[in-house]
Design a protein around this ligand. Sequence first.
Ligand code: SF4
Length: 382
Amino acid sequence: MFGLYLHIPFCSAICNYCNFNRGLFDADLKRRYVDALVREITACAADQSSIVNHQSSMKADTIYFGGGTPSLLEPEEIARIIRACDEAFDVAADREVTLEANPESVTDARLAGYRAAGVNRLSFGVQSFRDDELRRLSRLHGADRARAAYAEARAAGFENVSLDLMMWLPGQRVDDWLASVDAAAALGPDHLSLYLLEVYPNAPLKDEMARAQWSQAPDDDAAAMYLTAMERLEAAGYEQYEISNVARPGRRSRHNVKYWTDGEWLGFGCGAHSTRSGTRWKNVSATGDYVARIEAGVPTATDLRRLSPDERLGDALFTGLRLTDGVNLDAVRARYGVDVWERYGPMLERFVHADWLRHEPPRLYLTRQGMLLAHEVMAVFV
Ligand code: SF4
């Protein structure tokens, strides 16, 4: 079964580190955007010549609203988009429907509305439980609002709540970070995503860091942040299942796991990517361009490309190694007809000797230490 991804590109303010496909909220553009999304979903499923319909199964089991800030959409708009998905595809009854939300943009009523609309998983962009760090990131919420939003989500009936945290923030020491990790664990979310801040060359944060003389901690501290957080979360009952993700048993993100297990998904909205039947494409990125094309009946897909068997294999290995379970080499051989160890073993041996990588047939997986250096290992496959 495939996943459905809906991109919502609107934000109340643009954070100083953000590199996502997003723009400032505009009520009129948002109204046209929701209409366009619904039209794209409907047209995609109806187009019998499309790659989407080349397989007999039209069954999906996850819907994911990502952004941007999807919680800037009204509950009725979310409900309308979910209805469009249901009408266009065969979406399983036990679906996972995730909405990314910012703490400052939700209220009791709004959360109850999302729940009634069919959303059953919330992912809050908390980033930190320290107000000084949140201000440095130009986030609009404080730690108290994050805690309140979490409590409101539980009160609204959400049984599956995830929190995003970011480490290696400017001026952040290892203990500052661990204070946020402990604060998050104390709330008891079902899932946590822990990301390392990447300061892009053209991010306003880079200039602010230079002006204020904020720096990121040394690499060894960044490694300590990651490793200690994972240990603490494990002690608190979470299971690491991916480089950046931990979950309580049974609470892994079903949608995101498709990206790491050679799965298929259809993306709708500006900049959304799709992978289906060995073909990959991406929608135009700019919100206005996307809406104008949909309104004019012009295709939005760009970069449509049939992947070669080697590219598919490389992607399956590259993404599969992100999982703590790693890659099942027998399954890869059955799917791609390739003995991975025979082909890549000579290049991977040194990582095995360094104990970054373990080869325990049929599994190939990264150790936690290896996860810190995953890109070096994964570079072998691409
Ligand atoms: S809320 Fe998220 S998507 Fe929007 S600007 Fe901030 S980091 Fe970027």
